[in-house]
Unconditional design. Structure first.
Length: 249
């Protein structure tokens, strides 16, 4: 088996894994939740992005130091021992499995806008979510190359609404929108920074994904570092502009 077949993920696919897993429900929910914080939310995003970059740098360094490890969980097991490694891995996967149910239901609710029968009852919503999960599972079972291409495609689709919002914010900012000027935002308050950072950091979770599939990444010691830091930086910048840009518009 060639190295490309064994390790099909290059820099762009690994970056798409990071960006695609970071951009999720937080993008659609956090703007409304952080709006009452005003300018404090801008500082919260900067702090959350900086914290994620530091942790991402640590993960990237561990991947460089142990390129033979099959992922972040294997690194934990090698550094801390088998039992802590299993507990960390199990806790993480249980969290992901639980979140998948919510994400699938949310996706079906969005699809119901285009096909209303999907939301006709709780049964149709749950059935649609189960079908969606199985379709994606079957697609992933076709192999890592197919899963990687699917990740790149869905990441590009996710970037479309973000780009649209950024363009809208730019138009509002350049046009001097009077409606926004009439409603000043809350000033920066240090005591509100901690809860705002907590919400902002939730949206940054997912930056560890490139390290989780190290055994599928070509030249993992170098590629994971570049992909992780690029993905975190790009996603953090998009979040900062999209969610806080209206304050500066």
């Amino acid at each position: 088996m060639t190295d490309t077949a064994k390790r099909p993920f290059g820099f762009w696919t690994a970056t798409a894994l990071v960006v695609g897993n970071m951009i999720g429900s937080g993008f659609f929910a956090l703007p409304a939740q952080l709006a009452p914080f005003g300018f404090t939310s801008v500082a919260a995003w900067v702090a959350a992005i900086a914290g994620a970059m530091v942790i991402a740098w640590v993960i990237a360094g561990l991947s460089r130091a142990m390129p033979e490890a099959t992922g972040t969980l294997a690194i934990c097991a090698k550094a801390l021992g088998p039992l802590p490694g299993v507990l960390i891995g199990w806790s993480m996967w249980v969290g992901i499995w639980s979140a998948n149910a919510f994400i699938a239901l949310t996706a079906v609710r969005y699809l119901a806008v285009f096909w209303p029968p999907l939301a006709a009852s709780s049964f149709t919503l749950v059935l649609g979510a189960v079908v969606l999960l199985w379709l994606i599972t079957l697609l992933n079972l076709r192999g890592a190359p197919t899963a990687g291409r699917f990740q790149v495609a869905t990441t590009l689709i996710k970037l479309v609404p973000m780009a649209a919002i950024i363009l809208l914010l730019a138009q509002l900012g350049l046009g001097g929108n009077l409606a926004l000027d009439a409603h000043p935002h809350a000033p920066f308050e240090l005591k509100q920074l901690a809860p705002a950072v907590t919400m902002a950091f939730f949206a940054m979770v997912g930056f560890e994904c490139a390290g989780m599939c190290a055994d599928r990444v070509r030249d993992p010691g170098r590629t994971i570092t570049r992909a992780t830091l690029t993905g975190v930086g790009l996603t953090g910048l998009l979040y900062l502009i999209a969610c806080s840009g209206i304050i500066l518009a």
